[in-house]
Design a protein around this ligand. Structure first.
Ligand code: BDR
Ligand code: CA
Length: 312
């Protein structure tokens, strides 16, 4: 059984990633959630997560994290995620509340009190994780690995060569990538290779509780691609979770990755050392390159449908 802590900024794709993890509780135990400013303010993304957990009748720890990047002002993403950070589904207001302790203190507490090593799943900017590693280095032996949605080898979605989560807090990303802890990077390339064609999303257009939520999330989130005449959408954050569950459908390669924090053109670029001469022990990141699209999309659909059949 893998134990994970999920750091996120929901975010349509964050929520779908969480749903897929919930569908496989025989393989993954979610110990709790922390939130971070990214797609929207930390108050909004925390509220979105609480609303979804309430809607599903689930009780999990939720600890609110960083309000802004380590050294930069907040830049949210209304174009992709709307003013709420999760526009689309109209869910009742959240009745539950975040914990009274901060995300960083919560992560420290959970890690130090865990008997097993825990995987940190990072679905937003890396601010909380960087603060954790800097302020509480004693947690490091308790971290199995850090599985990140972020970065790219060659492409970009916020700048020509930068992905949003890394761009948003490049200083934090640099701390995490240079930490020496095992990193798995689900960058843009693998996320795009798992894109879901819009016709396949129609399967969720029904009255089952979880399908309905996914349908409404994707109805909004797919607008971004539809407006650009693209017939499929990546569900970025879900890639991290499916890789934990079904690694055999992915191709990956070890690289040394560093993060550009200064460049005007390339802020937030994850720079891969592609010269083959680098010693093996300097390769700090397993970069996921691609995924079998059919296996990936089928698994996503089956996971959501299986949640519809359980009462959670
Ligand atoms: C990442 O940025 C956000 O828009 C998504 O939630 C995902 O984590 C993709 O670049
Ligand atoms: Ca996210």
């Amino acid at each position: 059984m893998q134990q994970i802590l999920i750091d996120c900024d929901p975010g349509h794709d964050d929520i779908i990633a969480i749903l897929v993890a919930l569908a496989h509780q025989d393989q993954i135990e979610i110990l709790g959630f922390t939130t971070v400013a990214g797609n929207q303010t930390v108050d909004k993304v925390t509220n979105n997560l609480l609303k979804v957990l309430d809607y599903l009748g689930l009780r999990y720890d939720v600890a609110k994290g960083a309000r802004q990047p380590l050294r930069r002002p907040l830049e949210v993403q209304p174009l992709a995620h709307g003013e709420s950070g999760m526009d689309g589904p109209l869910l009742p207001e959240a009745k539950s509340h975040p914990l009274a302790i901060s995300a960083v203190e919560y992560l420290r507490h959970k890690l130090l009190n865990s008997t097993n090593k825990v995987t940190l799943v990072a679905l937003g900017p890396l601010t909380n994780i960087a603060l954790l590693l800097t302020l509480h280095p004693e947690v490091r032996p308790k971290i199995e690995k850090i599985a990140i949605m972020g970065g790219s080898l060659d492409s970009g979605n916020i700048l020509p060569r930068a992905e949003f989560n890394i761009y948003h807090d490049p200083e934090a990303a640099k701390i995490v990538f240079s930490s020496g802890i095992r990193i798995i990077m689900s960058g843009l390339e693998v996320c795009y290779s798992g894109s879901v064609t819009h016709d396949r999303l129609e399967i969720f257009n029904n009255d089952h509780k979880v399908s309905r939520l996914v349908y409404e999330l994707m109805d909004f989130f797919s607008q971004y691609s539809k407006q650009r005449n693209i017939n499929s959408s990546p569900i970025f954050d879900m890639t991290v979770i499916i890789h934990l569950l079904k690694p055999e459908i992915f191709k990956s390669k070890l690289y040394y990755i560093d993060v550009e924090t200064e460049g005007a053109l390339c802020r937030g670029m994850t720079v891969a050392e592609k010269r083959e001469s680098l010693p093996f022990d300097r390769l700090n990141t397993e970069v996921l390159l691609s995924v079998d699209n059919k296996e990936f999309v089928d698994y996503f659909i089956e996971s959501i449908q299986s949640l519809d059949k359980t009462s959670l």
